[in-house]
Every structure is written in C-alpha cells, then in structure tokens.
Design a protein around this ligand. Sequence first.
Ligand SMILES: Cc1cc2nc3c(=O)[nH]c(=O)nc-3n(C[C@H](O)[C@H](O)[C@H](O)COP(=O)(O)OP(=O)(O)OC[C@H]3O[C@@H](n4cnc5c(N)ncnc54)[C@H](O)[C@@H]3O)c2cc1C
Length: 494
Amino acid sequence: MTLTSVDVTLVGAGIMSVTLGTLLKQLRPELRVLLLERLPQEAQESSSAWNNAGTGHAGNCELNYTPMAADGSISLAKALDINEAFDLSRQFWTHLVRAGALGSPEAFIQGVPHMSFVLGEERRAYLRERHRLMSAHHCYRGMAYSEERAQVAEWAPLLIEGRDPGATISATRFVGGTDVNFGALTSQLLDHLRSCPPFEARFSTAVKGLQRRQEGGWRLETRDQGTGEPRLIDSGTVFLGAGGGALTLLQKAGIPEGRGYGGFPVSGLWLRCSHPEVASRHRAKVYGMAAAGSPPMSVPHLDTRLVDGRQWLLFGPYAGFSTKFLKSGSLCDWPGSLRPGNLLPQLAVARDNLALTEYLIGQVFASSEERFAALQNFYPNARSSDWSLAVAGQRVQIIKADARRGGVLQFGTEVVHAADTSLVAVLGASPGASAAVAISLEILRSCFREKLPDGWERTLKRILPSYGEAIRLDADLCRRIRSESAEVLRLGMS
Ligand SMILES: Cc1cc2nc3c(=O)[nH]c(=O)nc-3n(C[C@H](O)[C@H](O)[C@H](O)COP(=O)(O)OP(=O)(O)OC[C@H]3O[C@@H](n4cnc5c(N)ncnc54)[C@H](O)[C@@H]3O)c2cc1C
C-alpha cells in the first residue's frame, strides 16, 4: 500500500478547504498540502452554486440576524458580526484578484441589492425600527426603507404586480449586496492552489478512518471510490472541511473534544425559474420573515442568481428531512452517528424544539400547491409553468451537549479542534460559505499559530487591511475597504 506523508491534509473540496488551504499557502508557501475529495470533482456538495442560495451574507437583509427581544429592542450584534466576516471575505478575494491568483471576479461575485420584505402592521413596526437603527450605522449606510407601492415596485416589480392594493407592505433595500457563486469560487481557488507546489488534490478518494500517530499527527486511511484501492496518508495536521461529512469523521477520530456532538440533517428544495423575461425583471435578493418555529436557514427568499453567465430566479428553500449528511451521502448517516454520548442531547433538543419539529413535518408533507402559495406571497403573479423544483444542498445542524438543558441546537458554525491542535473540524452550516475567511482565520489562530513563520499576522494585515480591527467601530476603514473591494471585484456599487 502506498504511503504519502504531508504537512496538512484538507478533507473535502468545498469552499472551506480551499479557503483555508489558500490562506495557509499565502503564509507558508512551502507547506506540503494534500486535498482529498470523495467525489470526482470539487464543489459538488453544499458549495455548488445550485445547492446554496449564493447570498453574500452580510446581515443586510436576513431578519433572523436582527431579532427583537421581549422588551421590543432590536440587537444589531449578530448582523454586524456577519457583516464584518463578509468584509474579510471580500478583502481576501480582492487581494487574490489583484495578485492575479483568481480569474474574472464576475464569474463568482456580482452586485445584487439585498432587500427585506414584510406584510402586516406588526412586521412593519419591526422593519421600520430595524431600518432606523441600521441606517444610522456606517456599516449599513444608505439602506433605504419604504412603505410605498410605487417605490417598492421600482425596486422589485414582481413583489407588487398582482398584489392586493390594500396590503400593508414594507421593505428595505441595500444596494451594496452581492450574489456569490461559491462553486465557481471554489474552482478558481483550487486552480490557484494547483499552481502553488507542493500541493496535490486527489479526487474520488474517500477518507475512511483516522488514527493518531504516536510520533504526532494522524494516519488517514483512504479508499479510491472507483478501484477500491486503499491508501495511507501521514499528516501533521488534518482539517475536516467535509461539510455534512465532518461530524462522521470527527467521530472516527475519537478526540475527546468531539464527544457529545450530534447532527440533525435538514434537506431543502428550491423553485427555480430560468425564463429570461421573468428573471430579467427581478434584480434583488428579497428575504422575508421566518414562519413561527422554522429554523433560521429556512427563511424564504426570492433571489436573483447569476450562474454560468445567465440570470435566474430562485425561491425557497423549503425544508425537508432526510437522514443523509451529504446530498450524495447514505441514509445510514444519521442513525450511524448516534452514540451514547449524543443521544441525550438529541432527545433534549427534540423536547425543547417542538415548534421546529412541527414546522419540518409541515414542510415535508407540503403539497406542490402549498409550496407555490408560499412563492405567491412574494410574487403574486407567478405562473407555475415557469418554475421547476430543484433539490438544494443538505445541512447538518449541530446539536451540542449542554449542562443545563441536556442538549442545544446550534444554528451557527462550530470549530472543534483537538487539544494538541493536530486536527480541526468545521461543523454546522450558517452563515456558511460567506464566512469562510473569518472561519479560516479562527482556525489559523487556534491551530496553526505555532506552525506559521514569525510575522504571519503582519502578512495577513497586508492581505486583509481590516485584520485585527473592528470595521463596525471605524467608519473610514469601512468606507475604504468597501470601495476598494467594490472596484477590484467590479461590483459596480459600494
Ligand atoms: C440550502 C442551502 C442554502 C445555503 N445558502 C447559503 C448562502 O446563501 N450563503 C452562504 O454563504 N452559505 C449558504 N449555505 C451554506 C454553504 O453552502 C456552506 O456553509 C458551505 O458551502 C460549506 O462548505 P464546505 O466546504 O464546508 O462543505 P461542502 O461544500 O459540502 O464540501 C464538503 C466536501 O467534503 C467531501 N467529503 C465529505 N466526506 C468526505 C470524506 N469522508 N472523504 C473525502 N471527502 C469527503 C464532500 O464530498 C464535499 O465535496 C447554504 C447551504 C444550504 C444547504
């Protein structure tokens, strides 16, 4: 059996592995990096353009990031965290485009306004107050608000045409939003990595097992998916960027830090429209408000998508349930992940989240008419013949042991690493790909600090001008980095 020896193994060819790999190569080019992917190509799971919504999440339009507390106050904290994380991504891509490491930015990012749209008096009061707070902050400078049909129709005519003239509508619009093709970006980053030896990407190669080596690092058992040939790889550090498959591999590694984690798979469906005469009349990502009990990632939205040089309309996602952890995974994934240590946390979550369970059951059994009615809440004149159903990517929501409640459902991303920093996994899916750079920076600080050359943070500061600073506290910095990235990424608006 052949044995390969490397410094870093990246498991999974999605946006997370290629982002971390690219950052590592910028800081220590001589690192021997190996990327392993079970499928024949990169970006075939969550990072594929059609498996996610392509929203450059920046907290502009996602109402679940600005929740209203029981006392009626609205917190911007979460939205600002995401806003700053996305600015880091924009700065990284800007650096790589300037350096000639990435190709045409239009292939992976385009300026698309982000809107929030609500119906009814109560939601209007919320949106108006949210807008008051956000538009006063420099990170959301220029966010517009309207209750006028004519104005909203100018921003997004499909929302208004055919709507009851008496309906109470309210909307915000932020012109600096983006649509990102994370699949195209993953491919471009991988192409760049291939030009940074020593680097190798092996496809159709699944990681089947991981064992700690006495002398440090890990021995990975891999299997060629075509020939069945087994191979061993010795790696100083292992990054489990395996998306929904990361939990399974974390369990196989058996590190104590991974105990108590469970995963709850949520599948998704979109409605998709490719008719140019419809798609060309809507240029916005329009987010509504989640139904009671629904998970935040199931907030419906009507989205412009720019994929492969064409403009599309996407609506959804509708949530569903499948026991697979990956779209191309196995129905045994979820049952196979149950352990004595994570069973109680999962039962506790089921007990504490009845509204979520009801919501999911409702979604699974929704008829096509019910699904279409949800679209018509946004786009009253939608014709079913213009739309087709598409399967979205699979998400694995993380369930974590909790001393007080037994278990909690995590909607964010969780970075779990071994105490000796030789293995690190990214679990969870939100805010996902948009935060890939911020998540990678967290991993660099927690697991690679000792393995990087002196002055690595100074190099990072050259790559990411806002590194180590709070954009939310510095209006000049915010303006400067946004206008630079808008120019280099050719977003046409800042
Ligand atoms: C419906 C939906 C909508 C979303 N919308 C957005 C959005 O609008 N904006 C946003 O920023 N994010 C969004 N996300 C989240 C985003 O897509 C993910 O966070 C991101 O793509 C995860 O990237 P990844 O590299 O971790 O995983 P993936 O892209 O899933 O890649 C993991 C890779 O690991 C491979 N793998 C798994 N197990 C093994 C193994 N044992 N051996 C070898 N390879 C393995 C898989 O085949 C896969 O290629 C959405 C996700 C979903 C599902």
